[in-house]
Design a protein around this ligand. Structure first.
Ligand SMILES: [Cu+2]
Length: 574
């Protein structure tokens, strides 16, 4: 089990090391990568279509009904280049939402599960959660695309957009968690200068999209698993039953429902790599073991590498709620980018065993790690693993995400010594440039008082999300330092939270007092329990109303989010 201390030391990215090669299974990620039908299109070309819709399929023998983009889990790849305009049409083909009558309008109670919108995670683009796109109106409402509705988005990437791995998912407050853990997420790759580095160009480019699917038995269809709770129904991880809060009595009453909205475990959860299951968790009914799901490893995908071959892996943690310390067995990991922004040189992170291991890189939900592996000269099978961690409400066991099988004739491929400088983030913000320091405290209180329907309060600075409030106004061009803190709280113990902010990346300066040298540029960072993470960021060219939040999606949907407004100080606010 990885200790809290280990995670603190490992920081937002890794300190350990690792290994391995790769291979393809039934669904070839490489093939998918080559299907560049959509994104490299000019701005005046046909829209990229993203169509939310139900998908029924069988996963590991289980009949499931998922929310998906275009009938695919994960959703279709989107490709882009710096400076390009992406035109994306979201056409919502999910069925109508259930009746509203039971929802009292509380914004932080999950609702309208089939209403959606779109977020491109990590791109340096204008704010796009509020209507109209890029608005600076403090009273702007969040974009809602109801079932049957559609919306066309235009996203202008700056010429300095770093090329790398990004992703997209819905971000409608109240339905984000349910839609993402039901399958709605996809990868987005920006191609650019790094892809022309000869050693990188020569390496196979293998995406590893890790998702989780949360499932309960359907209330109406036998032998069907889905995630479509009745309004206000809450799954209780500690008791393994479903309750509904009654505002007249102030009590949460038991029901005979099979499932409900959950901020904890699920009756059944699958972890997927590029859409294929590699791990299963089920609710543990044993007394005192409810937060330790019953785990089952499934056969992982296998990637075949020649001895000495260099491959490029790009891993996305698209899970709703699972922090992943990653290792590649018996191999050094050459980390080249975090959250899409490459380093000036690859960072060699040696393999340091599996236990006690901190991982060679730590991927919180939302993070992407891009790395090179030079396959061992010793033929064999090596595992790409998520190490166990107990930093969260639920215990997360060790998982084999994929295997690398090294075999065949030797291929001695070189590793790059230098990578292109990403101008946008080349110069760290000097402390003397910081014009404002803010403290953001991420807290959870159980049992909850602010949000009795959910039963637990997820807060930032003791507040729950308010769509029309602007607690933070920042100024264009200026640099700020934020101290993001997780205190001890009550949730059957404490847990960390991943901080994510839209529009501009940040530099991670220190984690619990330990400086990161050099700083790492990220858009999401894991904040371990009882610690402070210090970040610095500059608000570059975009103005408008946007958000930051915890990227554990059930936390976000039930209140752990705040608005901020990027304001041009030269112009008085309207
Ligand atoms: Cu959280």
């Amino acid at each position: 089990m990885i200790s809290r201390r280990d995670l603190l030391i490992s920081g937002g990215i890794a300190v350990a090391e690792s290994l391995v090669p790769e291979v393809l299974r039934s669904q070839s990620p490489e093939k998918t990568l080559q299907e560049k039908t959509s994104a490299a299109a000019p701005a005046n070309a046909a829209s990229i279509l993203l169509e939310p819709q139900w998908l029924e399929k069988t996963i590991n023998g289980t009949h499931v009904k998922l929310r998906s983009y275009n009938g695919q889990v994960p959703g279709p790849w989107i490709y882009a280049k710096p400076g390009e305009t992406l035109r994306i049409l979201v056409k919502n083909s999910l069925p109508p939402n259930g009746p509203d009558s039971a929802w009292d309008g509380s914004p932080n109670v999950p609702h309208h599960y089939n209403t959606t919108n779109l977020h491109l995670h990590g791109l340096d683009i204008a704010p796009h959660l509020f209507e109209p796109l890029g608005t600076s109106d403090p009273l702007a409402r969040m974009i809602s695309i109801p079932p049957g509705g559609q919306k066309e988005y235009l996203f202008q990437l700056p010429p300095t957009q770093p090329p790398g791995l990004y992703w997209y998912h819905p971000h409608h407050h109240g339905s984000t968690a349910i839609q993402v853990i039901s399958g709605m997420a996809g990868g987005l790759i920006v191609y650019g200068d790094i892809d022309q580095v000869p050693e990188i160009k020569a390496a196979r480019d293998i995406p590893l999209i890790v998702q989780d699917l949360g499932l309960f038995p359907s209330e109406t269809v036998p032998d069907l698993w889905t995630y479509d709770p009745n309004q206000n129904a809450i799954w209780q991880t500690f008791s393994g039953n479903v309750t509904i809060y009654d505002p007249k009595t102030g009590q949460s009453n038991p029901t005979t429902l099979q499932g409900g909205f959950t901020t904890g475990d699920y009756k059944l959860r699958y972890f997927l790599l590029n859409g294929e299951p590699f791990f299963q968790e089920t609710h543990n009914y044993s007394y005192n073991m409810q937060t330790h799901p019953v785990c089952k490893q499934l056969p992982p995908a296998q990637y075949k590498l020649a001895p000495g071959e260099v491959v490029r892996f790009r891993m996305l943690n698209a899970c709703s709620d699972n922090v992943m310390p990653i290792v590649v067995e018996d191999h050094d990991l050459y980390l080249i980018a975090m959250d899409g922004v490459n380093f000036p040189t690859p960072r060699k992170i040696p393999y340091d065993g599996l236990n006690p291991a901190v991982g060679q890189m730590l991927l919180a939900p939302g993070n992407r790690g891009e790395f090179l592996i030079k396959a061992s000269l010793t033929p064999g099978t090596y595992r790409i693993m998520q190490l166990a961690q107990d930093e969260q409400f639920l215990t997360s066991e060790k998982k084999v995400i994929a295997e690398i099988k090294v075999e065949g004739p030797k291929k001695d491929m070189p590793l790059p010594a230098k990578l292109p400088i990403q101008e946008r983030y080349a110069n760290p913000i000097p402390p003397s440039d910081v014009q404002r320091v803010r403290k953001m405290i991420f807290g959870d209180t159980f049992p909850g008082v602010l949000n009795p329907y959910v039963g637990i309060d997820f807060t930032i600075n003791n507040n729950q999300y308010q769509e029309l409030a602007i607690p933070n106004v920042v100024e264009l061009g200026r640099a700020e330092e934020w101290h993001i803190q997780v205190l001890g709280a009550h949730h059957g113990g404490t847990e960390g939270h991943p901080f994510h902010i839209h529009v501009n990346h940040f530099e991670v300066v220190s984690i619990d007092g330990t400086p990161l040298t050099p700083v790492v540029v990220q858009d999401t960072v894991w904040v371990p329990m009882k610690s402070t993470v210090v970040i610095r960021m500059r608000f570059k060219e975009w103005l408008g109303k946007s958000v930051f939040h915890c990227h554990i999606l059930p936390h976000e949907d039930t209140g752990m989010m705040q608005n901020f407004l990027i304001h041009n100080g030269a112009v008085p606010m309207a």
